[in-house]
Structure formats: C-alpha cells, structure tokens
Design a protein around this ligand. Structure first.
Ligand code: G1P
Length: 295
C-alpha cells in the first residue's frame, strides 16, 4: 500500500461569509489566537506524515505564500531586539525548502475543480485533502487517525461527524451501508441535501484520503450543488469502482469560514493556550456571568 506523502489544501475561496475581514486578507490567514488558522491545518498534515503540501490558491492570496517563506527583514529586527524565542519559533515553523507547491485556480468553479488543479503535482499516488476552513481539535489529529485507519483498509477515506438533522444542506452527507466500529462502508454520498432528502445525519468533515483515480472523475464532473464542480459528486462515482470508507473520528471541528465557527475556534484554542489559557478561561467565564448574557 502506498504511503500518503502529499496533501492538497484548497485556499482559493473568497471568504464571503466573513467579509469585510477577508476583503484584503485571505480567510485562511485570520488569526486563531496567535497563529493563522491555516498553520493549524498544516501542522495536522505534518503530524500525519505529510511531506509535501500543495496549496491551490487564487487571486489576492499572496499573503499565504509570504507566510511560508522567510522574512529576512523581520528576522533581522527580532535578532537585533534579542527576541530569540519568537525568532526561533518562526524559523522552526518554516516548511523545508521544496516541500510546498502553489498552483492557481484561475476561475472559482468549485472544490472539485480546485482539487483537480493539483493533479500534475500529485501524480500517480494517493493523497490527502484538508479543507483549511475546518479546524479539527483532537489528539491525535484527524488526518493521523485517518492515516492509521487507512493502513488497515487502503482505498479512499473521508472523515465524518454527526450533525443535527436540520443542518444537512450545509455539508456533504453520506449514505451509510454498514458499520464496523468507527468505520462505515457507504452506498453513496450527496452534496448539501435538503433535510428531507438527506440519507443520514453524517456530514463530510473536510478531511479526505483519495486515490489518484479521482482526477479522472473530476475531469469529467459536471457542476452540481451551487452550480459548482463538487468533489462529493466525483467521490460518489469513484466509490462505485474503488474501496471507500468513512471514519467517525474523535475530536471537535470548527468551521472558521463562518463568523460563529471562527469565534468558537478562537475560544477553544485560547482556553488551551500555554501562555494565555488560564486568563482566557477566566475572561470567558466573566462574560457568561454578565447580566445580559442569555444562554
Ligand atoms: C465543503 C464540501 C462538503 C463538506 C464541507 C465541510 O463544502 O463540499 O462536502 O461537508 O466542505 O466543511 P463547503 O463548506 O466548501 O461549501
């Protein structure tokens, strides 16, 4: 079985749900405490053994490339001011030279099209996809849990999680066929079904392990939900010819593409932060005691 060495991170989205904040910065660069949301997802990929990350970018996303590059001027100033701790951290978090690629999705045709844009860099090997809108707080990380399960199953895998029945039209939803512990086999999956049409309440969380055959399906995939080329629709076809599992992972996910999800992520990471955790917890408890606060 081939090891999962490469991951695709689609970062071309406009971030319309958190405008105007995203008017001049990519949504993936919005800070969750003291790091861009994207850094947590990159860490999750590295923890799972990923060696090379392919960012599918778009217009106005230059800040992402700069973030993963050296900043000589900044480093020189930090050195001069003896701010060695943060300087070392910046240098430590820098990817190894040659271990990132950037490819542009010139037209926003959908998630499926964004992944297809990475086909030449991925080549003929299985790969992971991590949607950077979604932060998953767990130990081990969500992708690592999937890689461990994949070592047993091979094939393709998605992470799934239960959602309230009235939320199915926001996500890809699977049709489970059989269950073995946390692993499901599926008879299908559908993108953003209305609650009355949803085959289950298990949503696709934004973490995938895919065989390279997916690119053949993506190439031919017609627009689906939202008039976009959907990864879910291509996966539903791949499932008919290649083994596919869904893993109900352990952990909590946060949708940083939405105002409330982003706020929740900031709170969740702040209360566990080694420097400000205790004070952040006290602050949040203080807010909860405000007379006008109603839960
Ligand atoms: C995408 C996927 C969807 C998945 C979701 C997870 O949708 O298409 O299947 O459930 O991410 O957040 P989007 O949020 O980009 O509309």
């Amino acid at each position: 079985m081939k090891q999962i060495r490469k991951a695709v991170l689609p970062v071309a989205g406009l971030g319309t749900r958190v405008l105007p904040a995203t008017k001049s910065i990519p949504k993936e660069m919005m800070p969750v405490v003291d790091r861009p949301a994207l850094q947590y997802v990159v860490d999750e990929a590295h923890e799972a053994g990923i060696e090379h990350i392919v960012f599918v970018t778009g217009r106005n996303k230059g800040a992402i490339e700069d973030y993963f590059d050296r900043a000589y001027e900044l480093e020189a100033i930090l050195q001069l001011k003896n701010k060695t701790a943060i300087l070392e951290r910046l240098q430590k978090e820098l990817p190894i030279a040659g271990a990132t690629s950037f490819v542009r999705q010139q037209t926003p045709l959908g998630l499926g099209h964004a992944i297809w844009c990475a086909r030449d860099i991925i080549g003929d090997e299985p790969f992971a996809v991590l949607l950077p809108d979604v932060l998953v707080k767990s130990s081990p990380g969500c992708l690592k849990q999937m890689v461990e399960a994949y070592a047993e199953t091979g094939g393709n895998m998605i992470a799934v999680d239960q959602i309230p029945a009235d939320q199915t039209d926001k996500y890809g939803v699977i049709a489970p066929k059989s269950q073995n512990g946390k692993l499901y086999e599926m008879s299908g999956m559908v993108e953003k079904p209305a609650p009355k049409d949803a085959p289950s309440n298990l949503k696709i969380t934004g973490r995938y392990i895919l065989q390279p055959e997916i690119f053949k399906f993506l190439e031919l995939q017609k627009p689906g939900a939202g008039n976009e080329i959907q990864l879910t629709d291509a996966m539903a076809k791949l499932m008919e010819v290649s083994p596919f599992h869904a893993l109900e992972y352990d952990g909590q996910d946060y949708d940083c593409g939405s105002k409330l999800g982003y706020f929740e992520a900031v709170c969740a990471y702040a209360v566990d932060h080694e420097e400000i955790g205790e004070e952040a917890r006290a602050l949040i408890q203080g807010f909860c005691k405000l007379p006008e606060y109603k839960s």
